[in-house]
Design a protein around this ligand. Structure first.
Ligand SMILES: Cc1ncc(C[n+]2csc(CCOP(=O)(O)OP(=O)(O)O)c2C)c(N)n1
Ligand SMILES: [Mg+2]
Length: 388
C-alpha cells in the first residue's frame, strides 16, 4: 500500500474498515453510534455555534418549503433534512475561489458557502475562529435563491428551472457554485474538470462535489475518480450515503463492505465518517482540503447517514424503509444530537438554541414570502436557452 492509498486518518474520522450494513438487507448505520468521535478537533465555542447556526438555518429552510409542498403551494421538493451535519461541515472548509458542486440534498452547503451570518443576525454569534465569509450581500443572494426554488424570474435561472439545477458564479466575490446536472454521477467528471482547471491555473483552490450513494454505481463515478487520482487533482468527493437510492436499498446496489474502500482502488484515501456528526465531518474535510491544497490529490469521503425523507417529497420511496430503520434514523437526527452535545459541553444554553431556531424560522418566512410575491416567468415567451 502506498502512502496515497492509506486510509486518511483525521480527528474523529471513522476509517474505511468494516461493513456499514448487514449483508442480508438494509444497513446497520454507523450514524447510530454514540457521539464523542470528534474529540480532538479543537474547535472553539464560536466555531461550534457557527456550525450549529447553519445546521438550524438549513433545517428551517427545508421545513419552510416542505410546508409549502404540503399545502400545495409547491409541486416538488427535494428535502435536505438529516443531511445538514455533512453538508454544512463539508462546506465550512471552502474558501474564496473554491468551487462547490452540489446535488439535491445540499442546501446546507449552499447556505454555508453563500452567507455571512453576521449580516443576517448581527451579534448572535460570539467572536472567535469563525469561517471568513465571502463578500456577498446575504439578503440579496437569499432572495435570488428563494426565487430560484419558486421558479421566479429573479431566480438564478430566470425561471427556466425551479430547483437545484442552477449555477451561480460571482467572480468578484470568489463564489463558484455549479448546481446539479442529474441526480446520479454526471457531476463527478465535471467537478474533476473544475479541479483540473483550478490546478492548471496554478492556484491552491479546491473543488468539492456531493453525490448520493446512488451515483456510485455509474460509469461517471469511475471515470471521474480515476481522472482525479491520476492527475492528483484538488478534488474531494463526498458521498451522502443515506443507504437508499430512490427505492433501492444499498444491499441491492453494491456488494463492497463500504464505498470508502473504493478510494484505494483509484489510489486515493477513502474515509468513512459519521455524517450525523458535524465536527467529525469537519475533521475529515480539513485533512482532505489541506491535502488537496498542498498538491496531494483527491480524497473520497463517505458520510454515513439515514433516510429521513423520501427521494423527493410526495413520491413513495420513504414507504420502502422498514419502520425500525426509520425510527433509528430519526433517533439520530444530526441537529438534535448536536444541540444535546452543545448543551452538555456548556457551549450554550437552551435559550440560545431557541433564539437561533426562532430567528432562522422568521428569516425564511420573510425571505420566501418576498420571493413568492415576485413575477412568474412567461411560459409562452421565446427565450434563448443558453444565454444569460
Ligand atoms: C441517468 C439517470 N438514471 C436514472 C435516474 C432516476 N433516478 C433518480 S434519483 C435515482 C437514485 C439516486 O440515488 P441517491 O443518489 O442515493 O439519492 P437519494 O434517493 O438518496 O436521494 C435514480 C436512479 C436519473 N435521474 N438519471
Ligand atoms: Mg441515497
Amino acid at each position: 500500500m502506498t502512502a496515497s492509498q492509506e486510509p486518511l486518518r483525521a480527528p474523529g474520522a471513522a476509517l474505511t474498515e468494516g461493513s456499514s450494513r448487514g449483508r442480508s438487507g438494509t444497513k446497520t448505520s454507523k450514524s447510530s453510534r454514540p457521539g464523542g468521535r470528534s474529540d480532538g478537533l479543537g474547535l472553539d465555542r464560536a466555531a461550534r455555534l457557527e456550525l450549529h447556526l447553519f445546521l438550524r438555518l438549513a433545517r428551517e429552510w427545508d421545513l419552510r418549503f416542505e410546508k409549502m409542498f404540503k399545502t400545495g403551494a409547491l409541486t416538488k421538493w427535494y428535502s435536505s433534512v438529516g443531511n445538514e451535519a455533512t453538508t454544512v461541515a463539508a462546506a465550512t472548509v471552502l474558501e474564496k475561489g473554491d468551487a462547490l458542486l452540489s446535488l439535491h440534498r445540499d442546501s446546507g452547503a449552499i447556505l454555508r458557502h453563500y452567507l455571512d451570518p453576521d449580516q443576517l443576525f448581527p451579534g448572535l454569534l460570539p467572536e472567535g475562529s469563525r469561517r471568513p465569509a465571502l463578500a456577498i450581500d446575504a439578503r440579496e443572494i437569499l432572495h435570488r435563491l428563494a426565487c430560484q426554488m419558486l421558479g421566479r424570474r429573479e431566480g438564478f435561472s430566470n425561471g427556466y428551472e425551479r430547483s437545484y439545477h442552477y449555477g451561480h458564479i460571482d467572480e468578484a466575490a470568489g463564489l463558484f457554485h455549479m448546481g446539479m446536472i442529474s441526480h446520479l454521477g454526471s457531476m463527478i467528471p465535471v467537478a474533476a474538470g473544475v479541479a483540473f482547471a483550478l490546478k492548471h491555473q496554478g492556484t491552491d483552490r479546491i473543488a468539492i462535489n456531493f453525490i448520493g450513494e446512488g451515483a456510485t454505481s455509474t460509469g461517471d463515478f469511475h471515470e471521474g475518480l480515476n481522472m482525479a487520482a491520476v492527475w492528483k487533482l484538488p478534488f474531494i468527493l463526498i458521498i451522502e450515503n443515506n443507504q437508499w437510492a430512490f427505492s433501492t436499498p444499498a444491499s441491492e446496489q453494491y456488494a463492497c463492505a463500504s464505498l470508502a474502500e473504493r478510494g484505494a482502488a483509484y489510489g486515493m484515501p477513502g474515509v468513512q465518517v459519521d455524517g450525523n456528526d458535524p465536527e467529525a465531518v469537519l475533521g475529515v474535510m480539513r485533512t482532505a482540503a489541506a491535502r488537496a491544497r498542498a498538491g496531494g490529490g483527491p480524497t473520497l469521503v463517505e458520510a454515513m447517514l439515514g433516510r429521513h425523507r423520501g427521494h423527493s417529497e410526495g413520491d413513495d420511496s420513504l414507504a420502502q424503509v422498514p419502520e425500525q430503520e426509520l425510527a433509528e434514523t430519526r433517533a439520530n437526527d444530526p441537529l438534535d444530537l448536536y444541540e444535546v452535545k452543545l448543551l452538555q459541553d456548556g457551549a450554550c444554553d437552551a435559550s440560545h438554541l431557541q433564539d437561533v431556531a426562532k430567528r432562522c424560522h422568521d428569516l425564511w418566512i420573510e425571505v420566501v414570502d418576498r420571493a413568492a410575491e415576485t413575477e412568474e416567468p412567461d411560459a409562452t415567451e421565446e427565450r434563448a436557452i443558453y444565454a444569460d
